[in-house]
Design a protein around this ligand. Structure first.
Ligand code: GTP
Length: 597
């Protein structure tokens, strides 16, 4: 066990984590040339395209140091805030972390939030100044920032480049020298932390774990403590580039387990595996049931595709335990599903996977967070509202609570004013302001999560000219003065366009909403009035004027093939339209409230 090192790489997005991981695999000859492929750890297609590590994996390397063989387990962590719980569990499986900082970008919001997670888990931090090959690199200044942040010595910082391979040997040496060996006892009852799971349609769910104490043996009867399910360890092994089956995995090491589990949701990241007969009394702390944060309706464009959509969602859920959904119906859109996601990125991924892997064309409604509504009749019991149209009538409502987050923003001092105004406009309350250096400031706000779901990221980028990074953590529910803003098209309320909005901005948003819908909904053969209303009160109105000309008219008679082409083109454009009453609404219109600026 003294020869094992478990470590992860933590970094702000794009600071070069995947590239550096590839270099470590090359340098330890974990990857043969034939297998080498850019960014090996990102195995899903979608991940590679987006350049974001969505799911964490682990890989074992062998490394010779002063004549002795060491096993280095690299535990990959996802880089996006939507997946921060998975990051925290991966970190909990390690004794050390490489903290990568881009030599041109310096410390950013995720550098800090991931560092805090690592420090909470008592990890040894190895600071790495990456991308030193860049002409725009500023090694002296950024090193000072790192020293300031960590309280480490200047000599502790390793200069490296994932691009050229510079510094990679030093990093490997530092992992052996500085990361402590695992401490567990192989003779105690089994206690292993599940930090990831991977869905395999042929073999079932593969559970990725770190043994803290005891041993796991092939064929052993085991128990997952949080779910209280028992299984047999049909196959266990270590994770090289491919899986390598083993008979035993002992305290300190990382491995995979296959035991005939068919659905991802049976396996909970953060759960403890123990022996079914001689269980440990200590469940590993920190287990949480992950809850979806953002909800939206997903509807088939063609109502006939409802059953296909259901079976596609069920298949997606088999391999994505964090996706939840339940059937719902909308007066405007018919039958569909209310789906829960970890965040906006997760929602986009699901939508994209439905289209690519299942060939579904869907309409997604405006995302919203999950509210607690208390009625006057029962002011002590929260009613969970995941769809604005489920909010009780204002006359029956006692109060509404919404989820709040603690936001961390790091920006240049020049932009502090802009960032503050934006956060205040988004109902944020500043809780802390720290100058990391004379030019760089860390700001903390308490803010409603709903304001982040709306156009926050884009606005932050704009007001800071791109020089702001952002991260957040949920901090619980708070009472807010929220009203339901309804939209009527042709005097018919369209439930899928309703949104819960803070009282103070309802008029402004109602007005903007009408203007935006006027832009987005194509003109038709008749006038279409658009109204925004709170309860029975109309607060804004616009009209889409009737279309006069026939689009095919300009192909004066003769050319039939041209005419057909034009009609075909129109038909294609219609693909993502929904007929609501007698008005055709394009997909963008359902997202209008997100794009009001
Ligand atoms: P996520 O997985 O999205 O969090 O990103 P990451 O941190 O893994 O970054 P990634 O390795 O994908 O690198 C981001 C970009 O920086 C890519 O375009 C890389 O080619 C580039 N890059 C990474 N390391 C270096 C480096 O040492 N020098 C230079 N010049 N570019 C680098």
């Amino acid at each position: 066990m003294k020869k094992i090192r478990n470590f992860c790489i933590i970094a702000h997005i794009d600071h070069g984590k995947s590239t550096l991981a590839d270099r470590l695999l090359d340098a330890t000859q974990t990857v043969t040339a034939r297998e080498a492929q850019a960014q090996l750890l990102d195995s899903m297609d979608l991940e590679r395209e987006r350049g974001i590590t969505i799911k964490s994996h682990a890989i074992q390397m062998e490394y010779k140091y002063k004549g002795e063989e060491y096993i280095l387990n690299l535990i990959d962590t996802p880089g996006h805030v939507d997946f921060s719980y998975e990051v925290s569990r991966s970190i909990a499986a390690c004794e050390g972390a490489l903290l990568i900082v881009d030599a041109a970008q310096s410390i950013q919001a995720q550098t800090i939030s991931n560092l805090y997670l690592a420090l909470e888990n008592d990890l040894e931090i190895i600071p790495v100044l990456n991308k030193v090959d860049l002409p725009s690199a500023n090694p002296e200044e950024v090193s000072d920032d790192i020293v300031e942040l960590l309280g480490c010595k200047l000599e502790d910082i390793i200069h490296a480049s994932g691009k050229t391979g510079f510094g990679v040997d030093k990093i490997l040496e530092a992992i052996v020298e500085r990361v402590p060996a695992p401490k567990g006892n192989p003779d105690e009852p089994l206690q292993a932390l599940i930090f990831d799971s991977v869905y395999n349609p042929f073999r079932g769910v593969e559970v990725i774990f770190r043994v803290i104490n005891g041993q796991i043996k092939k064929g052993q009867k085991i128990k997952f403590m949080a779910t209280d399910h028992e299984y047999f360890a049909d196959e266990i092994g270590t994770l090289k580039l491919n899986q390598v089956a083993k008979q035993v995995i002992s305290a300190g090491d990382v491995g995979y387990l296959i035991s005939g589990i068919k659905e991802a949701k049976e396996v909970k990241v953060g759960d403890t595996i123990t022996d079914a007969v001689v269980p440990t009394t200590n469940m590993i702390s920190g287990f949480e049931d992950v809850k979806p944060m953002v909800f939206a309706g997903i509807y088939p464009v063609d109502t006939e595709d409802y059953e296909d959509l259901r079976s596609s969602m069920e298949k997606l859920q088999l391999n994505d335990a964090s996706l939840v959904f339940q059937a719902e119906s909308s007066a405007a859109l018919g039958f569909g599903f209310r789906c829960g996601f970890l965040g906006m990125l997760h929602m986009e991924i699901i939508q994209e996977r439905l289209e690519r892997e299942f060939n579904m064309t869907v309409i997604t409604t405006v995302p919203n967070v999950s509210y607690f509504a208390y009625t006057k009749k029962d002011p002590d019991t929260p009613m969970i509202v995941n769809n604005p149209s489920d909010l009780p009538e204002p006359s029956k409502l006692d109060r509404v609570e919404e989820p709040y987050i603690k936001a961390t923003i790091i920006t240049k001092s020049d932009f502090v004013g802009n960032v503050m105004s934006l956060c205040i406009e988004k109902r944020g309350v500043i809780t802390n302001q720290t100058y990391l250096t004379p030019e760089r400031v860390e700001l903390n706000f308490d803010m409603p999560l709903a304001e982040i779901v709306f156009d926050f990221y884009d606005r932050l980028k704009t007001v800071s000219k791109g020089y702001a990074s952002f991260d957040y953590h949920p901090i619980g529910m708070r009472t807010s003065k929220l009203v339901r803003l309804d939209v009527l098209l042709n005097a018919q309320p369209v439930d899928a366009l309703s949104a819960l909005i803070h009282e103070s901005s309802a008029y402004h948003i109602g007005k903007k909403m009408c203007e935006k819908l006027k832009e987005l909904i194509p003109r038709q053969q008749f006038d279409i009035p658009i109204q925004a209303a709170i309860g029975a009160k109309v607060i804004a109105r616009e009209t889409i004027k009737a279309l006069r000309k026939d689009v095919t008219a300009k192909c004066y008679g003769g050319d039939i093939s041209r005419k057909r082409k034009l009609l075909e083109k129109q038909k294609k454009g219609k693909k993502r339209m929904r007929q609501v009453g007698n008005v055709e609404i394009p997909q963008e219109a359902f997202m209008a409230v997100l794009k009001l600026n």
